[in-house]
Design a protein. Sequence first.
Length: 166
Amino acid sequence: MSDTPEWLPPLVLLQEYNGDWKQYIEAVYDYFKSDFITSRSCFGHRAIRLKRYPLLEGKESTFWHITSEGKTENQRIPDLRRCERIRWPCPIIEHYTDAVIRCWTNERRQERRVVLWFYEQDYVVVLADRKKYVLLWTAYMVSYKNTREKLLREYEEYQKQLTPPQ
């Protein structure tokens, strides 16, 4: 693994908050709010928007989606590894052209998505392409070998489409 890029912030660790989950999740939310609500981040020239509703504990749906896991929205479980990396989505989006980020588009549920894979750290940020803006859809650690292999196949297939025949 190569050096971590200088633009990547450090993890936000629970032990920095003495194991106090309530205090920790508020700090994690403050980072999210700073990156995506207060500062109005962009992907290229397009604004990044959030899925706001349903609000849970006064926090946007996108926040819960990138800090928890599970198939059913109202039954998602907090994921400490996602929370620790709350400061990563914004700089990964801002540096999507950096060599350490593999970027491609795909179709999910008849919708175009932009996948940003920080390959060396196995961290993925997914944006839903809404043409005039992008919606921060999710962000997660790649935990399973088959998920990593699927992402790699998708990326390689996308690259083949970009390469003209010899």
